[in-house]
Design a protein around this ligand. Structure first.
Ligand SMILES: Cc1ncc(COP(=O)(O)O)c(C=O)c1O
Length: 425
């Protein structure tokens, strides 16, 4: 019989850390990552045949759950007609129409293959149209691994970014100015001293755990950008079509200049995009001079998966209400399990995204997120896994509910949480 440990040992000889994306290695929780054999609805099965209720859902894309029939049918049907053309196809327009019918304030999109590319391109666009170099990002937000964005504060009060990964050129990183999430004064200070091309934000941060920005803060950013001629970029790679149908834009009355998408719009295949007003978007090549390209951009099979996914989203009545209720029930269940075990916990959810921190205090920014007891998190995670619940293997990630995550699965996960909170106490 196949075995996770053996599979991991084999992978460790082949890939740095045994994985092709770092968090998958379970570094912060310890133990062997289950090697996945298949997914079905709300469940994944590892190569040892063990079943887990999956609250990662491929880190967000699978809002309908694994192997959703209409998505698989669309992929298979499209694949039979050819995998890639490197030429325009109408599928690209079909997916763009769906995205723009939901995010009605955007005129045009450009498809790319990963969220990293989408945000990287959005920055280039903002720098290109404003003719400015400096950008503002927030501590604790993740926007993919492009050089300008792999930057975090070297010390609490630092304003000039220091590269947070070797290999990121310091001369580039210095143009990434850092501000504190939900703290408008920290952004005002930067605007007072720099010519800023854009402010990029996860309007519902999902990469320091789940930390939503307040609506007031987002309005403040909008006003600051308008006053100083900078563009506001919402990175909705995770929250788009997740937190609500129109992501953070649907939950708040704020509107950015550029939105980046990923995850859900590809339904599990590599699709991402950036969207904006025609005037801004047309600054991209081939109309404008700002260059961006991709061999597999708008890949037909990936477009088909995205179209099928967004079609279900549009046609499923009360989808976000259902998902949101389940996320709320799950987090409330975690909270009561924690209380019973005497473990301090703070929970939140936005639509189908949920988060929990092992701290009694509210979490509004990265510093507050870092107060979470990660040793406790690791114990909780391990016990949940042992009880058949697959959660993101890091405190600083978000959990996801899919349409296939039934009420019964939520109740089972809450029962497991009672055991796991006792293990973490
Ligand atoms: C908000 C956000 N932006 C960008 C990215 C990068 O996307 P990708 O991993 O597809 O490059 C992620 C990935 O998790 C993300 O959560």
């Amino acid at each position: 019989m196949k075995n996770n440990l053996e599979a991991f040992k084999r992978a460790q000889k082949l890939f740095p850390g045994g994985v092709n994306s770092p968090v998958r290695a379970f570094g912060s929780v310890g133990g062997t990552p289950p090697f996945i054999d298949r997914g079905e609805g709300g469940y994944i099965y590892d190569i040892e045949g063990k079943r887990y209720a999956d609250f990662v859902q491929s880190w967000g894309p699978l809002i309908l759950g694994h192997a959703y029939p209409s998505v698989i049918d669309a992929v298979v049907k499209t694949a039979k007609r050819g995998l890639s053309f490197g030429a325009p196809s109408e599928l690209e327009s079909d997916l763009a129409d769906l995205i723009l019918s939901i995010y009605g304030f955007l005129d045009k999109v450009r498809f790319v293959s990963t969220g990293t590319e989408a945000v990287m391109t959005a920055l280039r666009l903002a720098r290109g149209v404003t003719g400015r170099d400096d950008i503002v990002k927030f501590r604790g937000c993740y926007h993919g691994h492009s050089d300008s964005l792999l930057v975090e504060a070297g010390s609490g009060a630092a304003t000039f970014g220091a590269p947070s990964s070797p290999g990121v050129v310091a001369d580039l990183a210095k143009h990434t100015l850092l501000a504190d999430y939900n703290d408008l004064a920290s952004v005002e200070r930067l605007f007072a001293n720099h010519l800023i091309a854009c402010v990029v934000i996860e309007p519902i941060a999902g990469n320091m755990g789940l930390v939503p920005a307040s609506e007031e803060f987002l309005h403040g950013l909008r006003a600051l950008c308008d006053r100083h001629g900078a563009l506001l970029i919402y990175d909705e790679v995770m929250s788009g079509f997740r937190a609500s149908k129109m992501g953070a834009c649907g939950l708040t009355k704020t509107r950015p200049d550029i939105v980046t998408f990923g995850k859900v719009i590809g339904g599990g295949l590599p699709v991402a995009a950036l969207g904006g007003k025609a005037k801004t978007m047309d600054a991209l090549s081939p109309i404008g001079k700002i260059y961006q390209a991709g061999t597999l951009s708008g890949n037909p099979v990936a477009m088909a998966a995205g179209i099928a996914t967004l079609t279900e989203i549009v046609e499923t009545h009360d989808l976000y209400d259902t998902l949101s209720k389940r996320a709320k029930r799950l987090t409330e269940g975690f909270l009561s399990a924690a209380k019973e075990a005497g473990v301090p916990l703070t929970v939140d959810h936005r639509g189908s995204m949920f988060g929990y921190f092992f701290t009694p205090d509210p979490v509004r920014n990265f510093d507050e997120a870092l107060k979470s007891d990660t040793a406790r998190f690791a114990k909780f995670h391990k016990a949940m896994l042992a009880n058949g619940v697959y959660l993101a293997p890091s405190q600083f990630e978000t959990g996801f509910i899919s349409l296939a995550t039934s009420d019964e699965m939520i109740e089972t996960a809450i029962e497991a949480a009672h055991i796991a909170m006792r293990a973490a106490a």
